[in-house]
Design a protein around this ligand. Structure first.
Ligand code: HEC
Length: 243
């Protein structure tokens, strides 16, 4: 029994560690969840490119509309193209069982992904897909090696090849650089911005009250400063006669 367990650990552990560890340092996402224009662009990109497979079911459509500053008419026209009601959750039509059949695993709900993985991870993940003919989907990913997700944004980014440098002593090859194979529909800078906007939207979805909390925080600090001023003046007033 113990021997079996030990063997299982030895076999499974290196595989999971290998599969989960990014091969490159994460890039900083630097998202700003108070930037409504970015959240609006991110929401549109997410609905059009990701919700074919991923839900964000802890969010309701009308809450998103209110938070990112769009009317319910715009919501219906641009985001809810398949006719959901404003109060519905951001679910998808694809049954999980079908998804498993197609991809080998169901695409996870992304409501909390920026909290489980971090914004830098999500941003880097969407930047580091590269062509790899040894993979079932023809692409691999430096941030999430051997991922089961296809490169959903390949038309936008274009396809890139990863060049690895082989150390002279025959050690593990390390990532060197990307080379563009096919042109994307947008420039590399525009692609980065699009990916940052999607990440910002997901960061907002993961913690919808964050923007609110940040502005409330400023208000509290302001209040404390003013209060300190009054308290100080009051103290001087009281102690005037003592000295
Ligand atoms: C064709 C279906 C499909 C589309 C479209 C798609 N994904 Fe995925 N995605 C998947 C699958 C399947 C996985 C699970 C991959 C795995 O675990 O190896 C996944 C995993 C992920 C993960 C990692 C989740 C985790 O914590 O493991 C993130 C983040 C993600 N997708 C973001 C996106 C974003 C953002 C978009 C839109 C730009 C998108 N996906 C579009 C199928 C899809």
């Amino acid at each position: 029994m113990i021997r079996k367990l030990a063997i299982a650990i030895c076999v499974v552990l290196p595989v999971t560690v290998f599969a989960a560890d990014p091969l490159v340092p994460l890039e900083r996402a630097n998202v700003d969840v108070t930037n409504r224009a970015a959240l609006q662009r991110g929401a549109a990109l997410f609905v059009n490119n990701c919700m074919g497979c991923h839900s964000a079911q802890y969010m309701r459509w009308n809450r998103v509309a209110a938070d990112i500053g769009i009317s319910e008419e715009m919501l219906a026209q641009y985001l809810q193209v398949t006719g959901e009601r404003p109060g519905d959750q951001m679910r998808i039509a694809m049954p999980a069982a079908d998804a498993e059949g197609w991809f080998g695993l169901a695409p996870p709900d992304l409501s909390l992904v920026t909290r489980s993985r971090g914004t830098d991870w999500v941003y880097s993940f969407l930047l580091t897909f590269y062509v790899d003919d040894t993979q079932p989907l023809g692409v691999n990913n430096l941030t999430f090696p051997m991922t089961g997700m296809p490169h959903a944004l390949w038309e936008m980014q274009g396809l890139q090849r990863a060049v690895f440098s082989e150390p002279a002593d025959g050690g593990v090859p390390t990532f060197d650089r990307f080379e563009q194979v096919t042109e994307g529909s947008v420039s590399p800078d525009e692609y980065r911005r699009a990916v940052r906007d999607i990440t910002a939207f997901l960061a907002y979805v993961g913690e919808p009250v964050r923007a609110e909390r940040q502005s409330l925080g400023m208000l509290v600090v302001f209040f404390l400063l003013v209060f300190f001023g009054f308290a100080y003046m009051l103290k001087r007033e009281y102690w005037k006669d003592v000295h």
